[in-house]
Write a protein that binds this ligand. Structure first.
Ligand SMILES: [Zn+2]
Ligand SMILES: [Zn+2]
Length: 194
């Protein structure tokens, strides 16, 4: 997504706002995302700070996600805020000897009269996805013994002593054992995150 900032050039303190809908398909590659079901809504404000152009705004999109506790699908919203400053010329800095200078690559540059928000938007959305996506904060997950979805059904297993966070892992291991029983020799190692 590119924004023309020509009207802000030379006008310190001026700003403009842009709202746009972009395809959010790139998020379909994320394991926790089953399917993106809305456009990526982008709202940004660009202001001329005198030193550069500051971009602030927010991003939101709806997607069918997979709960890491119960492994069920649910529709949720992913959203995040963005903030970045773009410069017209590279910011340079002196090295330790005070002789040479080098450009700081991590400060993005204005391209002609446009700023390109593509990378910023993409990276910000990817980072916004929680490490542990859950359908509900109180999701009880799966029964570690029989794999029952505890939000939907109860079972007769005594699971009191087992950490509920390990339930999805156990369910996976169980699937794995079943696969082995079916003659598959492919082995995988599962590691606990704790
Ligand atoms: Zn859940
Ligand atoms: Zn059970």
């Amino acid at each position: 997504m590119r924004i023309n900032i020509g009207s802000l050039v030379g006008q310190q303190g001026s700003s403009l706002t842009v709202e746009r809908e972009l395809p959010g398909d790139f998020l379909n590659d994320v394991p926790e995302v089953r399917k993106v079901v809305s456009p990526l809504e982008v709202q940004v404000e660009v202001s001329n700070t005198g030193e550069g152009f500051r971009v602030t705004g927010n991003l939101r999109l709806k997607a069918v996600l997979i709960c890491t506790r119960c492994l069920r699908e649910f529709t949720g919203e992913l959203s995040t805020e963005i903030e970045e400053e773009y410069r017209r010329t590279p910011v340079t800095d002196f090295d330790h000897n005070g002789e040479d200078f080098f450009p700081e690559d991590d400060i993005p540059l204005v391209d002609g009269d446009e700023i390109d928000l593509t990378d910023l938007i993409r990276d910000s959305m990817l980072v916004s996805i929680p490490m542990k996506v859950v359908c509900d904060e109180s999701c009880p997950g799966l029964c570690p013994t029989c794999g029952a979805v505890l939000a939907e059904e109860s079972c007769d297993c005594d699971a009191q002593d087992i950490d509920i966070r390990l339930a999805p892992l156990k369910a996976l291991l169980k699937t794995q054992e079943r696969r082995k029983d079916n003659g598959s020799t492919k082995e995988k190692t599962f590691k606990s995150e704790n």
